[in-house]
Ligand binder design. Structure first.
Ligand code: SD4
Length: 315
């Protein structure tokens, strides 16, 4: 019996990197650009790397892609034609770093990580964030691409700020990962809502709103209308709901239901709002929920890299 069992290659060795158990490692990220980003993160996770390194490497792919008219380079500008970027990162030791309204830098997530690792602070904004980035060797670049500039000029003819659900607010990559050692980290990066007021900051660089990680419990990140996510301290809420025993999906759903309840109180039309949360817990279970149809996320685990569609409130 014993020798026959030994002859069979253990399933863990077949399907998972050394030391891994089912559910670990795993990486989740928002929207379909998450698929490419997950590939980069998976390279690190599947060779037993840290979740922190994986999420940074993952979202950098989206930041550098000029065809993603949403995150980093090529992102839609604010109403003054300026591409201003928000990003934050959080690791398993509750180390945090963030930048907001940062201009001219291709990889705000790496600047956020430098804030986390090299300064006594957790958040730098605007010119201060730019000066810090330059002092760290990041290069100043023009991030406004021709197609984004053209669209902005067309927008200017009416100058109506009514972000189109799932399009102009399809602006963020949030990524959360659990590594083979069972440690969690997350990253979130965006050019924010298209045609926002100059200086507007969304949820994405705000720890607790756009991203939260508690290495004992789980991690969550958000996409969509940042104002609504901030109003409920969304990602922190999702993690706290998981702490209370909710599954990742139920936790995301309950957070969305807060947004629903608040929007009713504030007489806000829910049809004009999209918010999606994604979450993983410490066991590697994952889930998501959003206000309305149109949001999807990418999951990469030992079974491969694929898109998943969450359930939503507005049917
Ligand atoms: C923001 N939450 O700046 C971001 C935008 C976004 O999908 O996520 N869009 O409010």
């Amino acid at each position: 019996m014993a020798s026959a069992a030994l002859a069979v290659k253990p399933i863990l060795e077949l399907d998972f990197p050394t030391g891994a158990i089912p559910g670990k490692p795993i990486v989740l990220s928002t929207w379909d650009f998450g698929l490419k980003a997950n590939e980069a993160a998976w390279k690190i996770l599947s060779s037993s790397g840290r979740a922190l390194d994986a999420v940074e490497a993952g979202v950098k792919i989206t930041e550098a892609d000029p065809n993603e008219r949403s995150v980093g380079y090529g992102g839609r500008p604010d109403r003054d034609g300026r591409v201003t970027l928000d990003a934050c990162i959080m690791d398993d030791f509750a180390n945090i770093g963030s930048v907001a309204a940062l201009e001219h830098i291709m990889h705000p997530i790496s600047v956020a990580r430098a804030v986390m690792e090299k300064t006594p602070h957790v958040m730098l904004v605007g010119d201060g964030a730019l000066s810090f980035a330059l002092s760290q060797g990041f290069k100043k670049q023009n991030l406004l691409t021709e197609p984004s500039e053209k669209e902005w000029k067309e927008w200017l003819t009416k100058s109506e700020y009514k972000p189109k659900v799932n399009i102009e607010n399809h602006d963020t990559i949030g990524m959360i990962a659990l590594d083979v050692n069972g440690n969690l980290s997350g990253a979130c990066t965006t050019s924010g809502m298209a045609y926002k007021m100059h200086g507007r900051v969304g949820d994405s660089p705000i720890i607790g709103a756009g991203l939260y990680v508690d290495n004992e419990i789980g991690a969550a990140t958000a996409t969509g209308h940042g104002e609504e996510v901030i109003r409920i301290a969304g990602s922190h809420l999702v993690v706290e709901l998981m702490r209370q025993g909710k599954s990742p999906e139920k936790a995301c759903q309950e957070a969305v239901m807060r947004i629903v309840a608040i929007s009713k109180k504030r007489n806000q039309s829910l049809r004009d709002i999209q918010v999606g949360f994604i979450a993983i817990n410490k066991k590697g279970e994952f889930g998501s929920y959003c206000v309305q149809d149109g949001f999807s996320y990418a999951v990469h685990d030992a079974k491969g890299n694929r898109m998943a569609k969450p359930d939503f409130y507005l049917k």
